[in-house]
Design a binder for this molecule. Structure first.
Ligand code: R2B
Ligand code: URA
Length: 309
């Protein structure tokens, strides 16, 4: 399949197999993954990471450590999961835990943060000669017309105009990349949700923004340049475009995985219904349980794929 790069005369090709999309990498004697504190000369990446099949990423370092501990128990792996080792402990930009065939990593908040992390993660998978890897973003989001606590498995990641594209500025020009996600993985995840108690889930579009406040139509930021009625009108248009939740990383995640031929899914729980308000008012214990839902769902998927259930 040919993916058109608007505004750029180079073309990117999607193939079935995973590949980095940069011929310059072949000519490099060493590749330093600066934000991970890893490198091709200092670390044996194939030995450290060659068996990875599932990569789970999420914004918060604490949550991705908890996921590493959870998946260790779920996969019945030997050894203790009390203090998993942070492979990126030499830097505090991101955290990284490896649990059998699963990599659990944090990506911080917003497109620039996850984008840096994805460049280095995809190169890591390439240098480690990984094959048949599926990536998941496990996140939080604001719901659009859904009860809080609903998990949204993204069909497409949409931009602020409800279009399935990611704009990247390269050498001063805008390049558009498609943000479609793997339909097969999404369908399987929805099926998994039906096999689990207390896991309300839907497939819907996810809108990605560059800001939590004005960028998501919130009235409660330090700045607000629109009325309550204008906010509701925007959310209504989003709903009509199939948007069921709003977060801040899905478009670049979908686009970069797609260009590199990596299967990817976005699984985010909604913390509130944005038609009802802007502030996140649920008690801490409720929010913690909500945030476990994407983890429980993806762990179930991984166990099924590994034929453990
Ligand atoms: C969801 O939650 C964060 C903002 O609170 C952001 O990283 C996102 O996508
Ligand atoms: N994360 C977001 O980006 N928006 C929300 O409303 C909640 C979590």
């Amino acid at each position: 399949i040919l993916l058109n790069c608007l505004g750029n005369d180079r073309k990117e090709y999607l193939e079935e197999t995973f590949h980095v999309n940069n011929p310059n990498l072949d000519g490099m004697e060493e590749d330093i993954l600066y934000h991970f504190s890893l490198g091709t000369k200092t670390h044996n990446l194939p030995e450290m990471f060659g068996d990875i099949k599932f990569v789970c990423v999420g914004g918060s370092a604490k949550r991705m450590k908890a996921f590493a501990q959870f998946i260790h128990t779920e996969l019945n792996l030997p050894g203790s999961n009390d203090e998993p080792k942070d492979i990126c402990e030499a830097t505090d930009r991101y955290c990284m835990y490896k649990v059998g065939p699963v990599l659990s990593m944090s990506h911080g908040m917003g497109v620039p943060s996850i984008s840096i992390m994805l460049h280095e993660l995809i190169k890591l998978l390439h240098h480690a000669h990984c094959r048949d890897v599926v990536l998941f973003r496990l996140g939080t989001s604001g719901g659009v017309g859904l009860a809080p606590g609903t998990v949204v498995v993204s069909e497409k990641a949409l931009d602020y105009n409800f279009l399935p594209q990611f704009e990247q500025v390269v050498l001063g020009k805008v390049i558009m990349r498609s943000t479609e996600l793997d339909a097969g993985v999404s369908r399987e995840l929805l099926q998994c949700s039906k096999e689990l108690p207390n896991l309300p889930a839907v497939i819907g579009n996810t809108m990605c923004t560059n800001d939590f406040y004005e960028g998501q139509g919130r009235l409660d930021g330090a700045l607000c340049s629109f009325s309550h009625a204008e906010k509701l009108e925007y959310l209504q248009r989003a709903y009509e475009a199939g948007v069921r939740n709003i977060e801040m990383e899905s478009t670049v995640f979908a686009a970069m995985c797609r260009v590199c031929g990596l299967k990817a899914a976005v699984v985010c729980v909604t913390l509130l219904n944005r038609f009802d308000g802007d502030q996140i008012t649920s008690p801490e214990d409720v929010l913690v349980e909500y945030q476990q839902r994407p983890q429980v769902l993806v762990a179930h998927y991984i166990k099924k794929r590994l034929a453990l259930i």
